[in-house]
Design a protein around this ligand. Sequence first.
Ligand code: NAP
Length: 339
Amino acid sequence: MKKTALITGISGQDGAYLANFLIKKNYKVIGTDRRSARSDNWRLRRLKIDKKIIYEEMELGEIYEIERIIKKYPFSEIYNLAAQSFVATSFKSPLNTSNITGLGTLRILETIRNINSKIKFYQASSSEMFGDVLNKFQNEKTPLNPQSPYAVSKVFSHYITKNYRKSYNMFAVSGILFNHESPLRGEEFVTRKIVRGLVKIIKNDLKVLEVGNINAKRDWGYAKEYVEAMWKMLQQKKPDDYVISTGNSYTIKEFINLTTKYLNLETKWVGKGIKEKLINKKNNKILIKINPKFFRPAEVNFLNGDCSKAKKKLKWRPKTDLKKLVKIMVDDEINYYKY
Ligand code: NAP
């Protein structure tokens, strides 16, 4: 019989890739989004699956809406991907972030417990929970040290998922995913912002790209591969939490250098600190400069994940290195630029 899955946040990057993955596995996919949805489902159209999904409105702040949807379909799996997911916004809207990214998870768990506690539940936890890291490599046992309202909300969701698993014997798991990018990444996130910004400059649609802290290091993987790990977590005999990462960490500056190289731009960095700039050697024009308005009030300087447990138990491993990921993102940006 066809399995039915619910994906909250269907319009986001991971929602689109996961829906595509589950449809290929012959799932019936119900996708929910909020009433005031920002996106027009361009990601689902890009993957040519927009007509294969049943859409429902579900605001994570409203438990009655969650109850209505969970009662309406015979779900075997629920993937909670919806969140106020942008760290910078979480400093501006900490209450909304806590209500959606934090309490939203509890609303779903409580509804599952009341309606059908056999439904398997996936929570989108984040490497941002490690924050100001306490270990060189972060795995499932590394202490959490969140540095933003977003990360604090994810920590709440992470622990409440563990707590429901233990207290009520529910199949509830968290995937602690390190940064994962793709051509479907939101434009506000730094990797897509860099790729899009540099392509815009080449097309003469932008003069200078402004970025924040270019020395922050991240472990970047390819989103399309990461959604498979989410599904695998729900196919295990026992519920458990897993880190999903590449194990390699690069600075934002290194990401910029890989992008300019792939775009055949000859560049050099000049200046120091907030005065540092990337110059186009051909015409001496500034391509990128630092704007402190993009700095976070509390920074996360370094993230590097150890996904040995996922490799061993889920038989999952990352396949795309950063150079290849940059190529995928740049090629797609140029391809779809005029749209
Ligand atoms: P995304 O592209 O920002 O998608 C977030 C989704 O949540 C969007 O569909 C968004 O709808 C929806 N949403 C926002 N507020 C909502 C609300 N009040 N009620 C219902 N839905 C709401 O994020 P993503 O990259 O796909 O990430 C998926 C999940 O994984 C998120 O929870 C994120 O925090 C987490 N995560 C992501 C990464 C990463 O590197 N991508 C790493 C670790 C964890 P709109 O389109 O209307 O905004």
